[in-house]
Design a protein around this ligand. Structure first.
Ligand code: TXA
Ligand code: MG
Length: 333
């Protein structure tokens, strides 16, 4: 199948393909998603096949608004209403109980919960509203690879495996949405994102837990996606927590370095061995996946050193992705 690239003004063609059960990748404010009509089991299964994703890792259901979500949620608790009012459309995914029989098991991985997301992207909104049905929206990458932040990244991974890609340019945030589980007694952040636990707690007016991946507590649900290797280029990644430690590394032409521009300036390596994350943490969020992909595609690199950040809750999302890419490997730790 030849993958068609659509410009922003060609979404009617994308809607038609989705209605026919085909797969179409779409931009959001976080990363690109791989869309398929969420109510057709065959299409949903096609998403797992195209990504090479394990079938027990459920998919996010992308809706155009709260009203569409209500068709598939068993109930919409007061907490969800508060968060929706404050953060939707936006990079926050809500885990709620699914209304039985409304979505194929392939969407939820057979769980009794489902993850709902309403992206802050007019194009995505129009796409789903015109289709009249939600679309599943996992990140549009090959499973285990960094999530795609440009249409080119999607094309690289899924060319000839999907019917189309809507090119909306580079995504704004660069890291996936915050996921909060509202199906449990105390709300818990399963995956950190741009919206921090503190902001969620403020709007909810109550404590919000953070999943560290280590909690053995029975009340804490599993996020199936968390157990898989993720975001990883083919070369080993090492986290450098203190920028001063870059000075202690024995660089050679097989080393790749990913850091802020101000840090890279101090490092004596050819330009092609460096990837500039930008000026600050927000830029770094935006550029991390692109950096990992850049070195993944270079055959001659053996180790990638990536700058870590310690800026409290603001750096949770970045460090979560980086730690996974590095398999927990830190310099000096
Ligand atoms: O920003 C985002 O959320 C992007 C854009 C495209 O919307 N999507 C995204 O989807 O990151 P994905 O599939 O790559 O990540 C969704 C995560 C997975 O780790 C999955 O295991 C978890 O959400 N998830 C989905 N449904 C779940 C459920 N019912 N219970 C627990 N975890 C769930
Ligand atoms: Mg993903």
């Amino acid at each position: 199948m030849e993958t068609k690239i659509f410009k922003k003004d060609q979404i009617d063609e994308a809607v038609k393909l989705l209605a026919e059960g085909e797969l179409v990748a779409f931009p959001t404010e976080t990363v690109y998603g791989l869309g398929a009509i969420a109510t057709k089991e065959k299409s949903v299964k096609g998403v797992y096949a195209a990504k090479g994703r394990p079938s027990d890792n459920p998919l996010i259901v992308t809706v155009s608004d709260e009203k569409m979500m209500e068709r598939y949620a068993k109930e919409v608790p007061e907490r969800a209403k508060k968060l929706i009012k404050h953060f939707w459309p936006g990079p926050l995914t809500l885990l709620l109980f699914v209304k039985p029989g409304t979505l194929p098991d392939a969407v939820t991985g057979g769980l009794d919960t489902v993850a709902f997301r309403c992206p802050d992207d007019q194009l995505t909104h129009d796409l789903i509203a015109k289709l009249g049905y939600p679309i599943v929206g996992p990140s549009a990458n090959t499973s285990t690879k960094p999530s795609p932040t440009t249409a080119e990244h999607v094309y690289h991974d899924l060319k000839d495996k999907i019917a189309g890609i809507i090119d909306g340019g580079p995504t704004r945030v660069g890291l996936e949405s915050t996921i909060i589980d509202l199906s449990v007694k105390t709300p818990i952040v399963l995956r950190p994102g741009e919206i921090t636990p503190e902001e969620l707690s403020e709007v909810l007016g109550e404590k919000v837990l953070i999943n560290t991946g280590k909690v053995a507590d029975k009340d804490v649900p599993k996020a199936p996606g968390m157990k898989y290797r993720h975001y990883a280029p083919s070369e080993p990644v090492v986290v450098v927590d203190d920028p001063a430690d870059f000075g202690k590394i024995d660089f050679n032409d097989k080393t790749g370095v990913v850091a802020l521009g101000s840090v890279l300036d101090q490092i004596n390596l050819p330009e092609e061995n460096k990837f500039d994350l930008g000026k600050n943490l927000i830029d770094a969020d935006h550029n991390l996946f692109g950096a990992l992909r850049y070195f993944d595609d270079k055959d001659d690199i053996e180790t990638i050193y990536v700058q870590g950040f310690d800026e409290g809750e603001e750096s949770l999302a970045y460090m979560n992705r980086l730690n996974k890419a590095a398999g927990g490997h830190h310099l000096n730790k």
